[in-house]
Design a protein around this ligand. Structure first.
Ligand SMILES: Nc1ncnc2c1ncn2[C@@H]1O[C@H](COP(=O)(O)OP(=O)(O)OP(=O)(O)O)[C@@H](O)[C@H]1O
Ligand SMILES: [Mg+2]
Length: 592
């Protein structure tokens, strides 16, 4: 109920009702007052008229009987009259009922009415007289006493009286009609006012509903605009606003999506921080990074490494961009943190983490490589300089010593040449510039041919060289024979070099189930377990004593690994210190 009074319908309705009721009330009161007076006056005037006429008739008519008839006709049904002479005696009576005598008595004894004889002017009075129907009951009557003249002389009076019940009845009827009309007007107003106010407010209600649905995110909401008044204009403006809001939101959405796409497709991790260091926004790489940090910092406080927190605080405090390269949990990051402004106030910062681990690794590889190459070159160069100086200075006396020195110089120069070649090979292999010239190659003859190159060398070192390539059968494999020869040469060379005299080196080959395997096993010094995983790294030498002549450059196995892998295969080392080593490489191939 309270709702209706809070609504415009209610207020409008109540206002119209109040206004109309007020007007109706005033009009009814005035009308009733007016009608009451009107009827009273009319009755009095009639009485007055009748009295005047009667007095004229009495005065002018010679024949009293004729005048009696005229007067009798003249008087209305409910009007009675008595004519009295100066002494107060009743001369004539008209329309008297059974209560006539009583009324006569009352009228003649009434002091006010008897003034008619003295004042010579009519006297009007409202009084209660016995009813015509029941003489004991009093009813309201209007009485008029007018003097009668004969010439200039007063010779009596006429008392005209009328029962006012009829007049009062009239007034009551009129009142009833007036009140009924007022009531009907009120009821009709009630209905029409309600109808009117609902009609005015129904478009407003629709607008309200539309505004609500707009607020709930349904931007397609349109309000009908059938009217051409202020509310119609409002509806048009509302629809325009809705379209504008929708358009603006779409534009914002597109921009957001674009930014989101950029952020998501970035390989750098982006984290946006609040002023207090809490995280506002991240992209997928940042999520992965944060997860890693979280896992790594289980027992520490906060998700973010302290270094980052420190940088953030600096950015917020000094409002300047900070850039740094930091190792974080085993990874290297190039970190840039810039302040985020809202006006001139720093509301946070955005940090970009670029993973530099790979670059860092490559950098280290490059510097290590350079260091190793220069280290490897230094020894032979100093030897070359030393021996060649000795030769040119003529310090060497015997021909034998000179020969010996010349041989050393040649060996070292060759070693340097090999180193340079190997380095070039390795760089080409690693950078992918080395091209393989694969051709269908029969495995068995290849293995036997390469192994046979080492027969003399093995014999010199007093080592038994066994070759068993029967397992390879008739297999024909697509491979770059020169490169595979490089691999096998290095493996057999290593085996012979690391096997003492009396030992055995065995080269075995098989080709089953689409897998070519070549193994070089020796009974030599073996490789310590801690070195085993590193022997394929460049410049790695398990025998730390870089004995001249015997020692290689430490690139052979790295090159072998690269070649085998570029054939789609793999290489592995099995060894036991003091017992021997088996190096095996495998290359998958398609059987024909
Ligand atoms: N059969 C083997 N027995 C024992 N140690 C070996 C054997 N093969 C390789 N090694 C160890 O692995 C290291 C690396 O071998 P790799 O062939 O790469 O270098 P290198 O033989 O010293 O030099 P390069 O082959 O370049 O002349 C060797 O220095 C050696 O210590
Ligand atoms: Mg070698």
């Amino acid at each position: 109920m309270n709702r209706i009074w809070n609504s415009i319908v209610g207020k409008l309705w109540a206002t119209i009702l109040l206004l109309v009721s007020f007007v109706l009330f005033i009009v009814s009161v005035l009308l009733l007052e007016f009608l009451g007076n009107f009827y009273g006056n009319q009755a009095e005037n009639t009485l007055r008229q009748q009295a005047v006429t009667i007095s004229k008739i009495v005065d002018q008519h010679e024949d009293p009987t004729a005048s009696i008839y005229v007067i009798d006709d003249l008087l209305g049904e409910d009007t009675s009259a008595i004519i009295v002479d100066v002494s107060g005696k009743v001369v004539d009576a008209f329309h008297e009922e059974k209560n006539g005598s009583k009324i006569r008595e009352i009228l003649l004894n009434d002091k006010e009415l008897s003034r008619v004889f003295g004042e010579d002017s009519p006297v009007v009075k409202e009084m209660n007289l016995p009813s015509a129907a029941d003489a004991d009951r009093l009813e309201a009557h209007s009485v008029l006493a007018a003097p009668l003249h004969e010439g200039d002389r007063l010779n009596g009076a006429v008392f005209v009286y009328q029962n006012m019940e009829a007049v009062h009845e009239n007034i009551r009827q009129t009142n009833y009609i007036v009140l009924l009309s007022a009531f009907i007007a009120f009821v009709l107003t009630t209905f029409f006012a309600f109808f009117l106010s609902s009609r005015i407010t129904s478009p407003l209600r629709k607008l309200k509903e539309a505004a609500n649905s707009l607020a709930e995110g349904r931007y397609d909401t349109e309000v009908p605009t059938p009217q051409h008044d202020e509310i119609g204009d409002l509806a048009v403006a509302f629809n325009k606003m809705g379209r504008q809001v929708k358009h603006n939101l779409e534009v914002i959405g597109q921009e957001k999506e674009q930014l989101q796409n950029i952020l998501t497709s970035m390989t750098d991790a982006v984290i946006s921080f609040n002023r207090d260091g809490s995280i506002l926004l991240t992209n997928p790489p940042a999520d992965r990074l944060l997860k890693k940090w979280r896992d790594a910092r289980k027992d520490k406080e906060g998700d973010i490494p302290d270094e980052i927190t420190g940088m953030l605080n600096h950015v917020v405090m000094y409002s300047e961009e900070v850039e740094d390269e930091l190792p974080l949990d085993g990874q290297y990051f190039d970190i840039t943190i810039s302040p985020l402004y809202s006006g001139s106030y720093i509301r946070g910062a955005v940090a970009v983490f670029r993973d530099m681990t790979e670059q860092h690794r490559l950098d280290k590889v490059r510097t290590d490589f350079l260091a190793n190459v220069s280290h490897e070159l230094r020894t032979p160069i100093s030897m070359l300089i030393g021996y060649s100086e000795a030769l040119s200075d003529g310090i060497v006396e015997t021909e034998e010593d000179r020969e010996e020195m010349m041989k050393i110089i040649r060996d070292e120069a060759m070693r340097m040449g090999r180193l340079v070649n190997d380095t070039l090979d390795l760089t080409r292999l690693e950078s992918g510039y080395m091209r393989l010239y694969k051709e269908p190659t029969a495995v068995r003859p290849m293995v036997e041919r390469i192994a046979s190159k080492f027969i003399q060398k093995a014999r010199d070192a007093d080592i038994t060289l066994k070759v068993d390539a029967a397992g390879a059968g008739e297999a024909i494999v697509d491979l770059d024979e020169d490169r595979i020869e490089q691999v096998m040469t290095n493996l057999i060379d290593n085996a012979i070099r690391h096997t003492p005299s009396g030992g055995t080196v065995e080269v075995k080959s098989s080709a089953d189930d689409g897998l070519l395997e070549v193994a070089v096993a020796d009974t030599g010094s073996g490789i310590a377990e801690e070195d085993l995983t590193y022997v394929f790294e460049r410049f790695y030498k398990a025998d730390k004593a870089r004995t001249r002549g015997k020692g290689g450059t430490g690139l052979g196995l790295a090159i072998a690994k690269n070649i085998v892998e570029s054939h789609g295969g793999w290489i592995r080392a099995d060894s036991r210190l003091g017992k021997g080593t088996t190096m095996t490489f495998s290359i998958p191939f398609e059987e024909r």
